[in-house]
Design a protein around this ligand. Structure first.
Ligand code: APR
Length: 246
């Protein structure tokens, strides 16, 4: 297992942005739905099949770590079979005209595989494991399982590098700083039910345009709603922005 830094490399050298050219995107599980990955709160979603309190809280981990590991191992196996969809790829295409900062609630690596240059995971990453004794010890594990008995270099059990309910969201402060600078803010595929992530929409108070791409939008005030799936909806966002002089 390869040690990885706790923060994305690009934060050391953040992009220089021309005036008016900063797009900040908040993505949720919906952008990965067309890649075959389940969302959480749609019918048939993950939180219908599993209880959050059995697989996604620190207490669940203390009570039954095997069940928690099984939940994330299954999602990692599914992720290995998934591919980025046009929604992810269009965010990469948008980089031809803007600096695009992708702030994602997703723990999948589909934005990475789509080639986005600036990604910040608010809720962690499935393809990484971390020490339970020292949270700065993070390891790249790809799509393989974490097993009971897999240990960090300090000899403590490895856990998914995922933010569980009730845990801190260390990346939020950085995400907030970027949202506050956004000239354009786009939400794709999020029910905006979970804070602090959902609060980023209000932090983007400088944005001259805000878009929400979601077939079942939960927000209508102050955003241009495109009630379509991410692939179609992101195509429309790109067209509107490029017609607007891109
Ligand atoms: N394209 C775009 N949006 C879609 C699509 C699609 N093809 N299919 C579904 N959606 C929308 C749904 O309408 C919904 O608004 O995606 C959203 C998914 O919402 P959630 O399942 O609540 O996922 P998300 O908002 O990412 O959840 C936030 O909650 O459980 C925690 O940590 C977990 O990061 C997750 C957080």
């Amino acid at each position: 297992m390869r040690r990885v830094p706790p923060w994305p490399e690009w934060l050391q050298n953040p992009p220089q942005v021309e005036a008016g050219k900063l797009v900040v995107v908040l993505t949720g599980a919906g952008i990965s739905a067309e890649s075959g990955l389940s969302t959480f709160r749609d019918s048939g979603g993950l939180w219908e099949k599993y209880s959050i309190y059995e697989v996604a809280t620190p207490d669940a981990w203390q009570r039954n770590p095997q069940l928690v590991l099984d939940f994330y191992n299954e999602r990692r196996t599914q992720l290995a079979q998934a591919q980025p969809n046009p929604g992810h790829l269009l965010l990469k295409e948008l980089e031809r005209h803007y600096k695009v900062i992708v702030i994602t609630q997703n723990v999948d690596d589909l934005h990475e595989r789509a080639g986005s240059s600036y990604i910040l995971h608010l809720h962690g990453e499935l393809t990484k494991a971390r020490s339970t004794a020292d949270s700065s010890l993070i390891y790249e594990i790809g799509y393989g399982p974490i097993r009971l008995g897999d240990k960090c270099e300090k000899g403590s059990q490895l856990r998914p590098h995922v933010v569980w309910f009730g845990e801190e969201v260390p990346a939020y402060a950085v995400a907030e700083r970027w949202a506050r600078k956004a000239d354009i803010f786009i939400v794709v595929g999020s029910s905006l039910q979970v804070y602090p992530a959902a609060g980023l929409v209000d932090e983007a108070y400088r944005a001259k345009r805000k878009f929400l791409v979601d077939p079942r939008p939960t927000l209508s005030y102050g955003v241009e709603v495109i009630a379509k799936p991410a692939s179609e909806g992101m195509r429309e966002v790109v067209e509107r922005l490029l017609n607007d002089g891109g």
